[in-house]
Write a protein that binds this ligand. Structure first.
Ligand code: NAD
Length: 265
């Protein structure tokens, strides 16, 4: 098996990466940062997101696995003191068995420039400098509402516990093949009206946010900021590709949610 390791800049993550590399080599597991079959991230959820963006051109061939060096994350199953056990389990199982939906993001321009295409693991947001963002929300090509406010977030099921949760979105079980639209500070009064609650959109449907002409929009895709002029609209749907996690260890999703947000009794 060929393994790539992606770590964050913290000293602890560098040390863990060193120990992990030694253990992998001792077990004849090859380190290959170009064409890996398994990508191990060492750090936090943000490190796994970076690893995903670095290797998202190989989604049909790679699985991901996260080692956390801080508190338990949503994409990180293994603790830094369990490296030996982790490497032993790599020597036994190889199959990709858990996969989760990704968000397909397509930015369209007014000036005839080719579309830009991205995949998001957590979410994509659309925001505008210091002015009210105005965007027409189309679901399956039909106008649903005109949104005015700070912005919109469109998240995957696994991203529902990230930014989406902070802005009042629902937590979705990652086996649900759907995506969620959540408002960021919408303007709602007697003149302007939006639904005002998050909505969950089926994988058979798509969303297009057509933006009023302006040059100060920015779109985010996970931790990437994409500033572009002349954005006409951003289209979202569930991607054909999925992310595969090496399921060397299974954790009950609601247990993870409880552990992260509520804590033990
Ligand atoms: P980071 O690694 O510091 O992550 C920020 C926090 O979000 C961490 O506590 C991380 O554990 C948590 N997180 C990331 N993905 C998660 C998930 N799927 N479920 C639950 N928690 C999750 O920062 P980064 O590298 O910039 O990560 C980018 C992500 O941070 C974005 O995709 C966004 O979801 C999240 N974020 C959250 C807020 C917020 O909650 N107000 C603001 C900005 C970004």
């Amino acid at each position: 098996m060929k393994v790539a390791i992606v770590h964050n800049s913290e000293e602890k993550s560098k040390q863990v990466t060193k120990q992990l590399t030694t253990l992998l080599e001792q077990n004849q597991i090859q380190i290959d940062n170009r064409q890996p079959e398994l990508v191990i991230s060492v750090g936090g959820d943000g490190t796994l997101l970076s690893a995903f963006h670095r290797f998202n051109h190989l989604l049909n061939e790679v699985s991901f696995l996260g080692v956390h060096t801080g508190h338990l994350g949503f994409y990180t199953d293994w603790r830094d003191y369990e490296l030996k056990e982790l490497v032993e389990s790599l020597c036994i199982h190889h199959e990709k068995s858990t996969s989760y939906p990704l968000l397909d993001v397509r930015i369209r321009f007014r000036d005839g420039k080719p579309d830009k295409h991205f995949l998001a693991l957590n979410e994509s947001t659309i925001k505008r400098g210091n002015r009210t963002m105005v965007g027409d929300v189309f679901i399956k090509d039909e106008l649903f509402e005109r949104f005015r406010g700070d912005g919109l977030s469109i998240s995957t099921p696994t991203g529902s516990t990230a930014y989406n949760k902070s802005i009042g979105g629902a937590v979705l079980h990652p086996s649900i093949n759907a995506f969620q639209l959540t408002e960021i500070a919408s303007l709602n009064n007697r003149v302007f009206r939006t639904l005002g609650s998050p909505i969950v959109i089926a994988h058979t449907e798509w969303l297009e946010i057509k933006l009023q002409e302006s040059d100060d929009y920015f779109v985010t895709v996970d931790q990437l900021d994409i500033y572009q002029e002349n954005i006409a609209s951003v289209c979202y749907r569930i991607a054909d590709e999925r992310i595969h996690f090496a399921s060397y260890r299974h954790m009950h999703f609601w247990h993870r949610v409880k552990d992260a947000f509520i804590g033990e009794d």
